[in-house]
Design a binder for this molecule. Structure first.
Ligand SMILES: Nc1ncnc2c1ncn2[C@@H]1O[C@H](COP(=O)(O)OP(=O)(O)O)[C@@H](O)[C@H]1O
Ligand SMILES: [Mg+2]
Length: 247
C-alpha cells in the first residue's frame, strides 16, 4: 500500500442549527486503504460522507480528496447510500449501465461490466424489472452493482448491507473485498456492525457520540479472508465493542 493520502480531513465541524454534530475531527485515509467508520446511530457518519461528496458544506474545516476539494467530475468516486437509491424510472439493466454511459465507456466494455455485475449480485433474472418490483435487498444490490461497475478509485458505502439477510451480507462482504483487491480502490465503509467492521477493515475509526470526534483508531492486523471465529478476531471485536459503548 502506498503512503499517499487519498482523503484528508482537517478540523471538520458541522452544525445543524444549534446541534453540533461533528466537532473538530481530523484524520487521513491513505490511498488504497480499506477503512471502516464505526459509531453509534446519529453520531454523524452519514453527515461525514455527505460532506465528503459536497452534498452539504462544513461549518468549519475541510476535506480534500487527492489534495483537492471533492469534484465528481475529477474524482472517480462511487457512493452507496444508506437508503435504497436505485433510479425508479430505469430498469435494473439501465440502472447498472447508467454511470458507465455517463462516462462514455464503449458499448462492449459496458456490456461486459454490466454482465459481470448482474452475475455477481444475482440480478440476471430481473434485468428488465423496475426497482419498485424488487425487494429492498435486491434494490440495494442494484445500487451496489451500479457503484462497483465503475471500478471507482474511491468507494463510499454507508451501511450498505443493512437491508440484507446474513447470507447475502457475508457474500457481499467478500465481494467488496474482492473488488477492493482487484481495483486498488480506497474504500470508506460505514457500519454500526462491529463484526462487519473487523471482517472488512484494515483500520477502524471509532466515532464518539455527539458532539463527535474520532475516539480511537484500531489497525486490524489480520490476513484476508478473515475468520469470525478466530481468537484474535474476537479480541478485536470485543475491544471495539467496548470502545463504542455509549450506554
Ligand atoms: N439536514 C439535517 N438537518 C438537521 N439535522 C440533521 C440533518 N442531517 C442530520 N442531522 C442530525 O445530525 C445527526 C447525525 O446524523 P447522521 O449523520 O445521519 O448520523 P448517522 O449516520 O451516524 O446515524 C443526527 O442527530 C441527525 O438528526
Ligand atoms: Mg447514517
Amino acid at each position: 500500500m502506498s503512503e499517499e493520502t487519498k482523503v484528508k480531513v482537517r478540523n471538520l465541524t458541522k452544525k445543524f442549527g444549534d446541534l453540533l454534530v461533528l466537532d473538530n475531527a481530523s484524520f487521513d485515509i491513505k490511498k488504497g486503504e480499506f477503512v471502516c467508520i464505526v459509531g453509534p446511530t446519529g453520531c454523524g457518519k452519514t453527515t461525514f460522507l455527505n460532506l465528503l461528496v459536497k452534498l452539504i458544506e462544513p461549518t468549519a474545516g475541510e476535506i480534500l480528496i487527492d489534495g483537492e476539494p471533492a469534484d465528481p467530475k475529477k474524482h472517480n468516486l462511487s457512493f452507496v447510500f444508506q437508503e435504497p437509491s436505485a433510479f425508479p424510472w430505469l430498469t435494473v439493466e439501465k440502472n447498472l449501465r447508467f454511470n458507465l454511459e455517463i462516462k462514455h465507456y464503449s458499448k462492449d466494455e459496458i456490456d461486459k461490466r454490466v454482465a459481470r455485475m448482474a452475475k455477481l449480485l444475482g440480478l440476471e433474472k430481473v434485468m428488465n424489472a423496475y426497482p419498485r418490483e424488487l425487494s429492498a435487498s435486491a434494490q440495494q444490490r442494484v445500487v451496489i452493482g451500479r457503484s462497483f461497475a465503475m471500478y471507482p478509485d474511491l468507494l463510499l458505502m454507508d451501511e450498505p448491507y443493512g437491508q440484507m439477510d446474513i447470507k447475502m451480507r457475508y457474500y457481499l462482504e467478500d465481494e467488496v473485498i474482492k473488488l477492493w483487491k482487484e481495483t486498488g480502490a480506497t474504500v470508506i465503509f460505514i457500519t454500526h456492525n462491529v463484526e462487519e467492521a473487523v471482517y472488512l477493515a484494515q483500520r477502524c475509526l471509532i466515532m464518539s457520540p455527539k458532539p463527535t470526534t474520532i475516539k480511537e483508531e484500531v489497525n486490524i492486523d489480520l490476513p484476508y479472508p478473515r475468520n469470525v471465529a478466530d481468537a484474535q478476531f474476537i479480541e478485536y471485536r470485543e475491544h471495539i465493542t467496548e470502545m463504542i459503548k455509549w450506554w
